[in-house]
Design a protein around this ligand. Sequence first.
Ligand SMILES: [Zn+2]
Length: 440
Amino acid sequence: MISKLYYRFNLANEKKIFRTTKSQYHGLVVGAHIGAYSSTWISSFLRKLSKPYFVDPMSYMFALDPPPVKDVFCIADDKESYLALSNTYNTSIQKIVQKRPLNPIDFMKEDNPDKELIRDFLKNRFIFQENIDGINPAQKRIYEYFQFDSLKNEQIIDKETEDCELEFFSIPYFYFRSLSDPWYELNQIFYKESKSIKKNKPKYSFLCFDKDILMEEDNVETLFKNYSDSEGIVLWVHDFKPRTDSEIYLNSMINFINLFAEKEIPVINLYGGYYSCLLTKIGLDGYCRSIGYGDKKQISHIAAGGGSPERFYVKEIHKSLSKNKVRSFYSKNRNLMCTCSSCKDIRVANNLKSDTITNISRFFDSIDYIEDSRAHFSNSHTTERNEIHNENLKDINVRLRKEENIAKMLNIPYFLGEDISFYERWRKSLAQYELKSNDT
Ligand SMILES: [Zn+2]
């Protein structure tokens, strides 16, 4: 099966691109704050799009200091959406997050976890997630009953909404700095308590921590042991930067994912790009990103990746770069100009019959960086995913070496100011995994 790619939905003006690229991704990630803020709009969007999805609970935001609803640097729309999310919380938690950052002791009662509060909080979050598509729960039950029935009557539920389905429940999560961080303990309590809440779908744990945690073997063992009977993991390793991180980080990430994969526990990377797609070959179940940006994220209030508008995906190094850099690069390498359906359409619409230097300049001036550039990204990344899907680790190694040589030949570090040493580290990290798995 091809890798599961989930696109994160961020901006209202992306609505069209999610429809036009519908066949090129597996599902959607809906930020809980966006779901709370634009609930009617999001539910109609999800039903019309009719793709599987899951909700990112975004709970970690309320432990940041200041909390997003109080943050003077938080942009107005974000602030409003976090306020809307906090309004969906249980009364006691709602009161705190609208005043100050959450603290683990807010979930305690006389030195012990306040089980009643935690259970209510989790139940409340799961109900919020299952209602986000706005499909009436009674209608859902009828549909679930009939979908196994040969007499399935399409009129019972709008055919359009058939594939619009919450894939799994997301357990609320908080970022932890170490395994002795009280937030880590609270995440685990959430996980254990969630087991006793009966639901018809799996519940996934979100693990959000600093990459240095994976440097200690003991930590890796403990984390794995504590979540080894989980129904699924959504991973967010803070500060993990596969393009610049040393091999040791890449190897530890691979080994960590592999522990779960060997037990057939699905792991999804919450922010990932091309390297995550490569990791699907070693057992990563899927990865999430925005269309054309957001392939990594730091723990902060600032919106994912910034979504810089005037960027264009350069397949030669699997990265989006600024319009001006890309224009001068392709003017020098005219034979490399993209021929995907979106790029072809731009040429036709602007009567650019051949890729002369003037036409290349006009091409980059006529691109709509919301629609065309994202469609180009999605087309390019689909080609990459298919390529990876059809290769084994040896093929990938050979191809990455070839790409690296081409990048050297094109003098990409000089012309694009981009370091290409990641090629070697990516190859080595996959090779160490292959070596290890052949040994066992
Ligand atoms: Zn293209």
